[in-house]
Each structure stands twice: as structure tokens, then as C-alpha cells.
Design a protein around this ligand. Structure first.
Ligand code: ADP
Length: 316
């Protein structure tokens, strides 16, 4: 029982080559790239040399095999990815505004990822799982939510820990059952990894400090807040650490939060301190934004150490 595992959407991303380019007319494209928030997350865990596995579904098509091949090559155990006949692998098409903001056309809710069954989740599949990570983006059907709850219960019963990156689309939060599901997952969460604007989403308090106190009162042990180009913050019962972002040229923000979270959790599981883990996570997020392509910015310790070595104030 030593693996980090996650579950959810596995898809490809196809990107417009140029800023300002729209999909209303043909134009140069990049990709397909392996993608999906849980897939990016678990690839980053494996790149750090930590045992890693993902539960999911892909279609029996090039997009699905592109993902399986890539994850396997980076060291992820893909044995719990079901290859579904009769469903296609999901896709995301991305354009970039001149401001750098992204627009997405998703095909996920009708894709193989939506075929994920609670039956795929059982003690045999999770027997090596010491830590299970939940991505809010994966919770787009009640069947998937049931599967996620089942996984959390099995992992907790065998003494494992759980992390949760809420990453939920705003319109989903308006569905009462979705809020209930998120509250349920938070009850079992050891490490909570919200983006800055998400800290107050699952709390009654409208300010960050109040929300953080509430979340600790629910049993969460560590909270790591991702603040994009403003860096990140770590909170535990008796410690707060804030780090500035590392200066990098931004090529593509997709995947930064996933690489950040994966690195923080893998480092904690490898026995690194909160400060060391946060520094590595901050570097992993920076390397992710500096690379074009959702999973193309995942990195091993050599790359993270090299970036940190250029920024001595971020080392200890
Ligand atoms: P999410 O997409 O989950 O909201 P963020 O955009 O906050 O995640 O990115 C996660 C982390 O990646 C940040 O906390 C920071 O450490 C790093 N990061 C993000 N954007 C930048 C940037 N422009 N420059 C340097 N580091 C960044």
C-alpha cells in the first residue's frame, strides 16, 4: 500500500497555434496532446518517481491509446483504465485570446470518461493505494460521484489519506446535490488544494481566513492555496507559508494547478517538509505554465531542482 491514485477524465487537447485565432475558421493547430486534469496530475506524480495509478475510461481509438501510451511511458500504472467499446475518448479544443485567456470547447460529458462505473472501483483495484486524490472537475455525473465516494471510503478504511482539488465549474455549484457531494468529500479530506477564489466556495465565511478556520474545523489537516502568478500559500494548524511565483515566461497555463498539487502531495508522501514540498510544487506549477500543452510541462526532480537553483531565495 504505497501508491498515489486518482480517478477521472482522460482526454486529448487540441490547441489553436496562435493567440487571437478562433475556431470559426480553419487555422493551424497543435496536438492532440494527452490531457484531463486527473491524467496530468498522475503523470506528474509518476515523473517524480512515486508509484502512481489512475482509474478511468477511454475509447478504443487513437486518442485513448495516445493517453495510455504516454502515461505508461512516464511510469503510471494504467491497468485500471478501461478501454470502452462504443464510446470515443473525450476532447478539449482550446483557443487563446490576445490577453492570454483561454476558451474551451469540451466533449467530455458524452465521451468514454462519462462511462466510468462504480463497479470499476473496488478493494482489489485500490489495494496499493495509500493516498487518493479527487479532482472536482471529474464530478460531472452522479454515477461518477458515487464511484468517487466509494473510492474514498475504501481508501480511508484501509488507512489511506485523501486530497481534494475542488476545481469545480461555477454552474455545477448551483446544483444542491453537487454542493452536498463536495461537502461530503471535504469531510474525508486530509489535504485541500483550492485555487484562491475557491477557498470560500465551500465555507459559510466570505473571507479567506474565516473559510480556512472553518475548513480546519471539519478535519482537514493541510490547506494549500494556489494563487496563479501570485504564487501560493500553505496553512496547517500551526504554520503559514507564503511563496511568490517563480518568474517564467508563460506559454500555456493549462495543467499548472494539477502539476502543483501532484508535486506537493508526492513530496509530502516522500517525507519532505511542508516548506520543501511547497517550494517544489511552486516550481512544478511554474514549469507547467512555461510549456505549451497540458501535460507537456510535467517535470522530474532534476528539472525542478534546476529551476529552483536559479532562484536561491526559493531554496532552503
Ligand atoms: P489552478 O489552475 O488550479 O487555479 P494556478 O493557476 O493557481 O492553479 O497555478 C498553480 C500554481 O502554479 C501556482 O500556485 C504557482 O505556484 C504556479 N503558477 C501559476 N501561474 C504561474 C505563473 N504565471 N508564473 C509562475 N508560476 C505560476
Amino acid at each position: 500500500m504505497q501508491s498515489i491514485m486518482t480517478m477521472g477524465e482522460i482526454l486529448v487537447e487540441i490547441m489553436a497555434e496562435r493567440k487571437g485565432q478562433s475556431f470559426r475558421a480553419p487555422g493551424p493547430l497543435a496536438g492532440p496532446y494527452a490531457s484531463g486534469a486527473p491524467a496530468i496530475f498522475i503523470d506528474q506524480v509518476a515523473r517524480l518517481g512515486h508509484p502512481a495509478a489512475i482509474i478511468g475510461c477511454v475509447g478504443d481509438d487513437d486518442f485513448g491509446w495516445l493517453n495510455i501510451d504516454r502515461l505508461r511511458r512516464d511510469g503510471v500504472d494504467t491497468s485500471a483504465i478501461a478501454v470502452c467499446k462504443g464510446a470515443v475518448t473525450g476532447s478539449a479544443f482550446v483557443t487563446y485570446r490576445d490577453s492570454g485567456e483561454r476558451d474551451f470547447i469540451f466533449n467530455i460529458t458524452n465521451s468514454a470518461s462519462a462511462q466510468l462505473q462504480p463497479e470499476q472501483v473496488n478493494q482489489a483495484v485500490l489495494k496499493d493505494c495509500a493516498h487518493f486524490h479527487v479532482m472536482g472537475s471529474s464530478l460531472f455525473s452522479f454515477r461518477i460521484i458515487d464511484a468517487m465516494k466509494k473510492a474514498i471510503e475504501i481508501v480511508k478504511a484501509q488507512g489511506g489519506t485523501v486530497s481534494f482539488d475542488p476545481n469545480v465549474r461555477k454552474e455545477m455549484l448551483r446544483i444542491p446535490e453537487m454542493r452536498e457531494a463536495l461537502a461530503y468529500i471535504l469531510e474525508f479530506t486530509d489535504i485541500f488544494l483550492p485555487s484562491g477564489h475557491e477557498v470560500t466556495q465551500l465555507a459559510r465565511s466570505a473571507d479567506e481566513a474565516g473559510a480556512i478556520a472553518e475548513i480546519f474545523a471539519r478535519g482537514v489537516r493541510e490547506i494549500v492555496v494556489k494563487r496563479g502568478a501570485d504564487g501560493c500559500s500553505y496553512f496547517s494548524a500551526d504554520e503559514r507559508i507564503d511563496l511568490d511565483a517563480l518568474p517564467v515566461d508563460v506559454a500555456d497555463p493549462t495543467g499548472a494547478g494539477d502539476c502543483f498539487g501532484a508535486t506537493f502531495i508526492a513530496c509530502r508522501r516522500m517525507g519532505k517538509t511542508a516548506l520543501q514540498s511547497l517550494r517544489y510544487a511552486n516550481a512544478a506549477g511554474a514549469l507547467a505554465v512555461a510549456s505549451k500543452g497540458p501535460m507537456e510541462g510535467t517535470s522530474g526532480f532534476a528539472g525542478l531542482d534546476a529551476l529552483l537553483a536559479q532562484q536561491p531565495q526559493h531554496l532552503r
